[in-house]
Design a protein around this ligand. Sequence first.
Ligand SMILES: Nc1ncnc2c1ncn2[C@@H]1O[C@H](COP(=O)(O)OP(=O)(O)OP(=O)(O)O)[C@@H](O)[C@H]1O
Length: 274
Amino acid sequence: MKGGKDTSAERQAGKWQDDAPLLSVRDICKFYAPGKGCGDVSFDLYPGEVLGIVGESGSGKSTLLSTLSARLQPDSGQVIYNSAQFGELDLYACDEAERRVLMRSEWGIVHQHARDGLRMNVSAGANIGERLMAVGERHYGSIREKAEEWLTAVEIDTGRIDDRPSQFSGGMQQRLQIARNLVTHPKLIFMDEPTGGLDVSVQARLLDLLRNLVSQLGLSVIIVTHDLAVARLLAHRLMVMRRGEVVETGLTDQVLDDPQHPYTQLLVSSILQN
Ligand SMILES: Nc1ncnc2c1ncn2[C@@H]1O[C@H](COP(=O)(O)OP(=O)(O)OP(=O)(O)O)[C@@H](O)[C@H]1O
């Protein structure tokens, strides 16, 4: 099946708002110094929705993503996750053990640099199998079979299952990182510049793959990118950040085709001029 975003019309019709939010973010602040970090961020993310966080370098995108994914304690604010296993969880008030379970089952994190998300000294199959074992899978044959299925899903030859990621190209490493994340059927994926640092043709292939998987699996995604073309292709909704503040939010097509805030206008026009 060829994937793709749902149309703005569906989004505007409130297709997702009928469901309970998967993630509710309220007044999150995390500042390292004045203007360095992120402040007063609030939004709801619905099941199957892809939210893009865009803005120039240093605007606070990665800081925000880390606070949303329970990797960086905010100075203030609340992140509530609607867990299949635990019900509503306040991420910074719940047990560390519960957060760890989420990280390896219901959530996935795709890092910009694949080596931050992979174990480079074990095989591709073991990278995928490790996450399965973390959720209780013990049968070697079944783990290997699922690893092969996921290698195929991310377009890696199953003959490479015993190779280490260090023997893979950058694009393959990134696809392996995605397979490792998706094997446990997570609900929510956090991505930080997943196509950054890759050649343009490799980026295009990865984006196409991501778009199809996100659509087929009905994943909710929060993706940080400075690349508006990536945002346009993947995200239903955008949040534009500048100096730690959200300056504009809205449907992707609306924000990019009819930006309201002067900073977004500048961001969009600078891309058009290039
Ligand atoms: N651990 C840290 N200690 C101090 N300052 C930090 C830390 N991490 C980030 N910052 C600062 O906070 C600001 C926001 O950084 P952040 O990485 O969130 O921005 P970004 O929008 O993701 O940028 P980029 O696209 O370059 O990754 C920057 O000024 C950065 O230098």
